[in-house]
Design a protein. Structure first.
Length: 178
């Protein structure tokens, strides 16, 4: 497992390599010791899969407010996504900046997103499954989001959304006090 920092403090790429033989393969998706060795305090408390039927499905930008900020380890199990994290931590040197990368089963990458970041993705192909491992449980009363195309971020999405739900389309613009 290779864990590497991104330009945004606390945000890491995670690369793993499936071990295969004539039977198929085994793929370790999470290793607490590897995360601890990289200085990341993360233990999954919940996991879930997002099934996305159409190319151009956009989900996000979501986050969970204090006191239950939610760290996430995000991986694409089938299909392909462009995954994005935005630093909304007040006082952070990279406050308001975003980072994005393509996640596919073939590239065996994941993105570790610490609490205090908003997260979203757009599917690049039909029939895409995304695995979320969450460091804190969902608290609906603390769920929040930011608009995917907010000019404050200027995220360079690789395509326009074809499918986006009303809630995600109507999140408010970013405010520095977020």
């Amino acid at each position: 497992m290779q864990i590497a920092p991104t330009p945004l403090a606390g945000l890491f790429t995670v690369e793993t390599e499936p071990q295969g033989d004539e039977r198929g393969f085994f793929h370790r998706l999470f290793d607490a010791d590897s995360f601890a060795d990289a200085g990341i305090d993360f233990l999954p408390r919940q996991s879930g899969i997002s099934r996305n039927l159409r190319r151009g499905t956009l989900r996000g930008l979501h986050y969970q407010k204090a006191p239950a900020e939610q760290a996430k380890l995000v991986r694409c199990l089938a299909g392909a996504i462009f995954d994005v994290a935005v630093d909304i931590r007040s006082g952070s040197a990279t406050h308001g900046q975003w980072y994005g990368l393509e996640l596919t089963p073939e590239n065996s990458r994941a993105l570790f997103i610490p609490g205090g970041f908003a997260h979203g993705f757009i599917t690049l192909v039909d029939d895409t499954d995304v695995l979320y491992e969450l460091g804190a449980g969902e608290r609906r009363e603390l769920s929040a989001g930011l608009r995917w195309n907010d000019p404050a971020f200027s995220i360079r999405w690789p395509l326009e959304p074809a499918v986006i739900n009303r809630r995600d389309a109507e999140w408010p613009d970013f405010r520095s006090e977020s």
